[in-house]
Design a protein around this ligand. Structure first.
Ligand SMILES: C[S@@+](CC[C@H](N)C(=O)[O-])C[C@H]1O[C@@H](n2cnc3c(N)ncnc32)[C@H](O)[C@@H]1O
Length: 251
C-alpha cells in the first residue's frame, strides 16, 4: 500500500520551507528527516498500529507529523504522540505546533518542552507504555544513550525504536551498547533507500569517509551506508530485559 504524505509534508519537501507561529517562512529542509525517511516512519506506525508514540527532537515537526498522521490509517480508542524538545517555542517559534494544527492532529499530540532526560521521567512515573519511539534529539553519545535507556523502560516488548543520523559515530556506539546489553534486533526491511542514484550514495559514502576517516572502521557505515545515504536504523524490542548487576560486555 502506498502511503500518502500529509499536505504539510508535501509542501515542506517541495519548497524546503515551513511557517512558524508568527507566519514567517522558515527554511526547514536541511534539518529534517528526508521524504523517504518520513515514508518509512509512516510505514512502521501503520504496520505495527502504533497507538502511543514518542520522539526526541521535534524541530520543525516533519517526523512528528509523519508519525501522528499515519495513525489516521487505523482505528484505535487511544492515540498519542509525545514530542520532546527544549526549543520549540523559542528557536523554532512553534513551527511544529503550527503543522500539527494544520493537520488537525492536536488532540493526539503532546509537546513535552524540555531536554529529554528531564521530560522522559514524567512518562516513566506515569507508567506510560510506548509502541514506537524515534530518537532524533541531541546527537552525542551520552544524550542518545540516555534517550534509549529511558525509552527502553517504557517501550513495550515487540515495540519498535528508530534512530536518525546513524552516520554519527556517537550513535553507532549506542547501537553497539543496545545490541550487547539489551534484547533488540535490527529490522532490515525498513532500510531506507532514498531517491538518490547509486553513484550519489557512493559519493556521499566516500565524502563521509573523507570528513571522518575513522568511519573506515565503522561496521555500520560499511553495512548500511554504502548504497544508502540515509542514517536511519530501526530496531525491534524482542523482550523486556536487563542483564545482571555485574554484567559487562565490551561494545
Ligand atoms: C535534527 S533536529 C530534529 C529533526 C526532527 N526530528 C525532524 O525530522 O523534523 C534535533 C532537535 O533536537 C532538539 N534537542 C536538542 N537537545 C535536546 C534534548 N536534550 N532533548 C530533546 N531534544 C533536544 C533540538 O531542539 C532540535 O529540534
Amino acid at each position: 500500500m502506498k502511503l500518502e504524505l500529509p499536505q504539510t509534508l508535501k509542501k515542506l519537501y517541495k519548497t524546503g520551507f515551513v511557517v512558524d507561529k508568527k507566519n514567517v517562512e522558515r527554511e526547514a529542509i536541511s534539518s529534517t528527516i528526508s521524504e523517504a525517511e518520513a515514508v518509512i516512519l509512516m510505514r512502521i506506525v501503520t504496520d505495527i498500529k502504533a497507538e502511543v508514540t514518542l520522539e526526541t527532537g521535534l524541530a520543525f515537526g516533519a517526523s512528528a507529523v509523519a508519525i501522528a498522521h499515519a495513525k489516521k490509517g487505523f482505528p484505535s480508542s487511544r492515540k498519542m504522540h509525545y514530542a520532546i524538545d527544549p526549543n520549540q517555542n523559542d528557536f523554532y517559534e512553534g513551527a511544529a505546533l503550527v503543522a500539527i494544527e494544520q493537520e488537525k492532529l492536536e488532540d493526539q499530540f503532546k509537546l513535552l518542552e524540555g531536554p529529554s532526560h528531564m521530560m522522559m521521567p514524567e512518562l516513566i512515573r506515569d507508567q506510560e507504555k510506548l509502541d514506537f519511539a524515534f530518537v532524533d534529539g541531541w546527537h552525542t553519545f551520552d544524550y542518545t544513550l540516555l534517550d534509549f535507556f529511558l525509552i527502553d523502560k517504557i517501550l513495550k516488548p515487540g515495540g519498535v525504536i528508530a534512530f536518525h543520523d546513524m552516520q554519527a559515530l556517537s550513535k553507532q556506539k549506542v547501537l553497539r551498547y543496545i545490541l550487547t546489553h539489551r534484547q533488540y534486533t535490527i529490522e532490515k526491511n525498513y532500510a531506507v533507500r532514498g531517491n538518490e542514484s547509486r553513484l550519489y550514495s557512493l559519493k556521499f559514502f566516500l565524502w563521509r569517509l573523507f570528513k571522518n576517516p575513522s568511519l573506515l572502521f565503522s561496521w555500520f557505515h560499511w553495512h548500511y551506508q554504502l548504497f544508502n545515504s540515509s542514517g536511519l536504523i530501526v530496531l525491534k524490542k524482542t523482550k523486556m530485559y536487563e542483564p545482571n548487576f555485574d554484567f559487562y560486555k565490551n561494545f
